[in-house]
Design a protein around this ligand. Structure first.
Ligand SMILES: C[S@@+](CC[C@H](N)C(=O)[O-])C[C@H]1O[C@@H](n2cnc3c(N)ncnc32)[C@H](O)[C@@H]1O
Length: 235
């Protein structure tokens, strides 16, 4: 099976769901990760040597305490050698970024909480992470993993779908709506998580999506060209 999405967070989530990982290995790594994390944060000076995350307007979206905890967590996740296990750990991390940020959680667009809500907002970042980890672990172990067979081969990519030399029996798609300004702003929704994951074009994703930019001229090639031209001729 081949999958494609332009949004790196979407690719990460799908990859993890379709990758066989030993649950025992995940739990073993969870234990080591947790111990390293708590050992490290005991000493305030340790945190100062870590490189600063490159997040746009970081202090607008995160408290100092949250930034510290997320930075340490990302540092130890990056140290996990096995790529599949590391990817799994990034899934609850991306959710923790969102939940512990000042974004209003009931919005797809990136809006900050009201100032009176900020005062009482003091999330327990590490607690949130492990709760999300355990939830993801349970879904993975009980729902996704039993469906994966040894012959399951899944390739999921960030880039545009290019299948010139391949044929597919079935194509499944949940197509983009073509207007993330007025509907679900996938780019904005995932911007903070993508930035924490190290994606430098995180803030540009909405404009990269289908319909994200107005074209100067209509598509002229391919089977859709005639239809596009007819639609365009309607006042
Ligand atoms: C309606 S969502 C469907 C998401 C996912 N397939 C699902 O079912 O949850 C549309 C998806 O199309 C992706 N997308 C938009 N334009 C794209 C493009 N030019 N190339 C690849 N993916 C694109 C968006 O990132 C978004 O994840």
């Amino acid at each position: 099976m081949y999958g494609c999405d332009i949004n790196p967070l979407a690719v990460l989530l799908s990859k993890v769901k379709f990758t066989k990982i030993s649950p025992d290995k995940l739990l073993e790594t969870r234990k080591a990760f947790r111990n390293s994390l708590y050992d490290f944060i005991k000493k305030e000076q340790n945190i100062e040597v870590l490189s600063h995350p490159q997040i746009t307007n970081i202090d607008f979206w995160f408290s100092k305490k949250v930034i510290k905890n997320l930075t340490v967590m990302k540092y130890f996740i990056d140290k996990i050698k096995n790529e599949n296990i590391r990817n799994f750990f990034l899934v609850p991390f991306s959710e923790t970024v969102r939940e512990c940020s000042y974004t209003r959680n009931n919005e797809f667009k990136l809006f900050r909480m009201k100032s009176e809500e900020l005062l009482n907002f003091n999330p327990d970042v590490i607690g949130v992470y492990f709760k999300k980890f355990d939830n993801a672990f349970s879904y993975y172990k009980n729902f996704y993993l039993p469906k994966l067979e040894d012959i399951t081969k899944v390739e999921i990519k960030y880039d545009k779908f290019n299948s010139a030399d391949k044929h597919f029996d079935v194509v499944l798609t949940s197509p983009p709506y073509g207007d993330s300004h007025t509907t679900v702003a996938y780019g904005q929704f995932s911007a903070l998580s993508n930035e924490w994951l190290g994606i430098d074009y995180a803030r540009k994703i909405d404009s990269m999506l289908m319909g994200g930019q107005k074209l100067k001229e209509n598509i002229k090639a391919g089977v859709v060209a005639d239809f596009v031209s007819k639609i365009d001729s309607v006042e």
